[in-house]
Design a protein around this ligand. Structure first.
Ligand code: NAG
Ligand code: NAG
Ligand code: NAG
Ligand code: NAG
Ligand code: NAG
Ligand code: NAG
Ligand code: NAG
Length: 405
């Protein structure tokens, strides 16, 4: 699989990281605690002390439901100085920098086994929660809805189960969501696509039901749904992603039906990968409108008909894979992509002039599909694309890369 580049930056997150890393230097300074503070007296409240004591309660509760910590990640989670705990980062509160609070938790690659307790809701100022590559299991506590500043949530490569954690939908500041490589199942809620998210990684779970055709405008630049069993068709409402989407990865998501012409509306797209599905019909000519397309993978489907020249002349196209289909003609320059410096794979099609094609018998057995007549879903309603935006693939970002299991 190609390595996809990082198309977006999260300026706010970067700022937060900066705040946090600045604070690491100050981490070993004595840290305020509630000791000897009579904050029960009205007017004498020390907000820093209260916030950090709250965090202390949360982290101690968490430690109690950690059953295995082979690299001793949490062994210094002792005493009231939470800002010195490994993986815990304090920073000034955004609105009032005189207050110090727990702004980030990063236990990436900790291999820790345990649960997430309800008390995590006490970490109400958290901006980053990175738990990539641990063995946390169970479901997410509802109290996470208290984390109104949470900007990045990375739960990838753990053992979380159950339906899509709806508490995520109630996080107003969330911009980056990564829940790939878990055992979440069922359908993705449509509201997920109405949130102001830059990146959505849900690949390598057990999501099944298709996304409703009414997605609403998404703000995501990267959508990765690979290796789930969505089924259904890619709905025309995919066009709702047009103003932001740069990478759409639908690899191995059990999508069938034809590619909607609306794919061609995604004018910012650089990477489109719909490989390893059951897609039929012709390659929509509208893909020739994807002026920024660099990588196009249509391989391992049941596409038939012509490879349109409009795609082969796209200025930025560097890699065009359409192997393992039933395509029978390469229009114009498409038959000589080498001359354009484009990496390509056209094997196992029905291209008469090309080597390594399917047998005549195989090609004749595949009946062409008319996409105008084909409707998805069981209902006989007009254009009922019961279908899935399912996207795909595995990519890495910053330190949040889970190794595939
Ligand atoms: C081209 O794309 C295919 C499919 O995504 C990939 O397997 C291959 O490694 C890519 N080749 C290059 C040179 O990028
Ligand atoms: C709050 O407590 C911390 C340490 O306990 C102390 O450094 C800070 O000065 C206190 N702030 C106020 C306003 O009392
Ligand atoms: C963790 O702590 C235990 C007990 O102190 C020790 O035996 C073990 O070697 C430590 N593991 C690592 C990875 O430091
Ligand atoms: C921070 O200040 C802004 C603007 O005054 C306000 O809208 C927001 O709710 C405040 N956030 C918190 C967590 O207090
Ligand atoms: C939510 O955060 C507030 C403020 O930090 C705290 O007082 C409250 O207990 C938290 N609620 C939960 C359910 O953790
Ligand atoms: C496709 O995804 C399924 C799980 O949905 C997985 O078992 C299978 O190995 C994947 N196939 C490929 C070619 O990656
Ligand atoms: C492809 O194009 C190149 C350069 O334009 C040419 O040399 C080559 O003969 C062409 N190959 C075929 C099979 O037409």
């Amino acid at each position: 699989m190609a390595s996809y580049s990082l198309p977006f930056l999260l300026p706010q997150a970067t700022l937060l990281l900066l705040l946090i890393s600045n604070h690491i230097a100050a981490k070993n300074r004595p840290v305020p605690t509630t000791h000897h503070h009579s904050h029960h007296h009205r007017g004498l409240k020390n907000t820093t002390a209260i916030r950090l004591h709250q965090a202390y309660n949360a982290l101690q509760s968490w430690k109690r439901v950690i059953y295995s910590d082979p690299s001793n990640f949490t062994s210094n989670w002792l005493g009231p100085n939470v800002c010195a705990y490994r993986g815990v980062y304090c920073a000034p509160f955004p609105n009032d920098t005189s207050i110090t609070t727990v702004a980030g938790i990063d236990l990436n690659h900790g291999d820790i086994a345990g649960f997430l307790p309800e008390e995590l809701g006490l970490l109400s100022d958290l901006a980053l929660l990175h738990l990539n590559s641990n063995r946390f299991c169970g479901i997410l506590p509802q109290s996470l809805s208290n984390l109104s500043l949470l900007f990045e949530l990375d739960l990838s490569n753990n053992r979380f189960v159950g339906p899509f954690p709806s508490v995520i939908l109630s996080l107003p500041s969330l911009h980056y969501l990564d829940i790939r490589y878990n055992d979440f199942e069922g359908s993705l809620p449509p509201q997920l696509f109405n949130k102001n998210l830059d990146a959505i990684f849900v690949n390598n779970n057990r999501f099944t039901s298709v996304i409703p055709p009414t997605i609403g405008s998404s703000s995501a630049s990267v959508v990765v749904f690979a290796n789930n069993r969505f089924g259904g068709c890619l709905p025309p409402s995919i066009a709702e992603f047009a103003d932001t989407l740069e990478e759409l990865l639908l690899i191995n998501t059990s999508i069938s039906g034809c590619l909607p012409i609306e794919l061609g509306f995604l004018y910012k797209l650089r990477v489109l990968d719909v490989s390893y599905n059951e897609i039929v019909g012709e390659i929509p000519y509208s893909l020739a409108g994807l002026a920024h397309l660099e990588q196009l993978n249509l391989g391992h489907n049941k596409l038939s008909g012509v490879v349109p020249e409009g795609i082969c002349v796209l200025p930025d196209l560097a890699n065009f894979t359409f192997s393992y289909n039933f395509l029978c003609e390469e229009e114009g320059i498409c038959s000589n992509l080498t001359s354009k410096g484009i990496v390509y794979d056209d094997r196992r099609n029905c291209l008469p002039e090309k080597p390594l094609q399917r047998s005549k018998k195989e090609c004749e057995a595949e009946k062409p599909v008319d996409c105008y007549d084909l409707h998805c879903g069981k209902s006989s309603e007009r254009k009922n694309y019961g279908g899935a935006v399912a996207a795909a693939a595995d990519r890495s970002r910053l330190s949040s890369t889970p190794p595939p299991r």
